[in-house]
Design a protein around this ligand. Sequence first.
Ligand SMILES: Nc1ncnc2c1ncn2[C@@H]1O[C@H](COP(=O)(O)OP(=O)(O)OP(=O)(O)O)[C@@H](O)[C@H]1O
Ligand SMILES: [Mg+2]
Length: 547
Amino acid sequence: MAYLTSQGGQPVLILKEGTGRRRGRDARRNNIMAAQIIAEAIKTTLGPRGMDKMLIDSLGDITITNDGAAILDEIDVEHPAAKMMVEVAKTQDDMVGDGTTTAVVLAGELLRRAEELLEQNIHPTVVVSGYRKALEKAKETLEKIAIPVDLEDHETLKKVALTSMGSKAVGVAKEHLAQIAIDAVKQITEKRGERNVADIDNVQMIKKEGKSLFDTELVRGIVLDKEVVHAGMPKRKEQAKIALVNTALEVEKTEFDAEIRIRDPTQMKAFLDQETRILKDMVEKIKKAGANVLISQKGLDDLAQHFMAKEGILAVRRAKESDMEKLARATGGRVVNNLDDLGPKDLGKAGLVEERKIGEDKMVFVEKCKDPRSVTVLIRAGLERMVDEAERAMNDALSVVADVIEDNKIVPGGGAVEAAIAKKLREYATKVGGREQLAIEAFADSMEIVPKALAENAGLESIDILVALRSAHEKPKGHLMGVNVFSGKIIDTYKNGVIEPVRVKEQAIKSATEAASMILRIDDVIAATKPKEGGKPGGPTGEDEEY
Ligand SMILES: Nc1ncnc2c1ncn2[C@@H]1O[C@H](COP(=O)(O)OP(=O)(O)OP(=O)(O)O)[C@@H](O)[C@H]1O
Ligand SMILES: [Mg+2]
């Protein structure tokens, strides 16, 4: 039973029976612990020497991955504070595509350090305001450290892509995949005024197991998971002129059961002839527009297929709506809703349209498009799970290349930028003074979790590494120094090509701080019971509590 006690000592029932409630320090400690457990769980995956996780869902499907967002997406988290950590990873993935592990690990560490301050009787609002100041300073420092990139500097883009794939199990084919990521993003980048816009939604990814990672390819166009609709049609068209239609090549059936009385055989023939003529007219319109390929979002009547086969037109039916849009972007064509509107100007162009057998399936490639605004990466690998991880690696690589192309700034990785921010924050903290100083210092210490975890995951003595790193940062140009996780030395990570988009770091620090602050501000958790049959009502932790 949950109720509040009134002044007269008379219990007043406020909350519904069975409602769980935690308050004050207890609520906070419980939330912090849950969030930290999530952070701890994925910390071991951070960096090129981080480990992978094997996840088995309720249907027994297995995922093996190193990707923070993918791990948290797979595990079914119950605790509300833990759910917030999952949100952090999701936001990071949606906004910038990489750095999900970093964001969650940082949030966990910010909370752990905050709890230490709470133990010293520092009020949570002081910690939160200190963290907010620290965040602003961190962002400022990032801006200062960020190094501009020339977008024609192919080598640098490649290093960014390689760094993002460093931790994924695609090691051998990294270079190959990085190259594809760069070519794909460059192809779909558009100039809007002075700005570059690289929307990687315009890079479609198709996965097929079989062959090897090295057979992953960039298709300058779209791959449709469809077959050519009629056996009598050509399976290959060079210099394709493509009609993209969103209308069925069928004779419309009436809504009602119509009855047609036919009295003599000529009438029957006339009736069928009319249907034939309608379909023939439709095919005629396509031919007249000059198309030799038809891709329809809707159905194609058997007879229409037959006429098209006779005309040598290659046709695909029931293409997905999203694919139609991409086809339009890739071929420069327009999706037409009415065949009467179809003219030569509406046709898309592709150097080649061809049906090919990929693995066990037939697919139609619309490729060799001239300057396509939408492209496809066809991902190949021997094992299904490898194909999946390669897709995640490719997604990270595409994202970081797009991030750099959009705001052309990078920062040194391997914990360098985190250590530099920590140093700046410690200087800043002394200027702020008071209790907030302690919070800013806690924030600084939290930043160092990144180099620390990178070192730990590489089996290095993290304390020694941190000491060496701090002293390296005291020297001129020290802000470029990070951890070489292979040799255990402190190196200039920028010079060694371990670089990341500034946007990935900024977003990670921002969302980690936001999540931590939000969790710290909670001092009361009131949870309604889930309508569980026969189950015991419980609070957020499943415990049954009474106040
Ligand atoms: N060769 C390298 N040497 C040292 N550190 C590296 C190297 N390559 C990458 N890193 C560092 O590894 C960290 C990134 O690790 P990882 O990719 O596992 O996690 P994430 O990017 O935070 O999350 P996710 O990729 O799962 O979304 C960054 O701090 C990056 O600087
Ligand atoms: Mg990464």
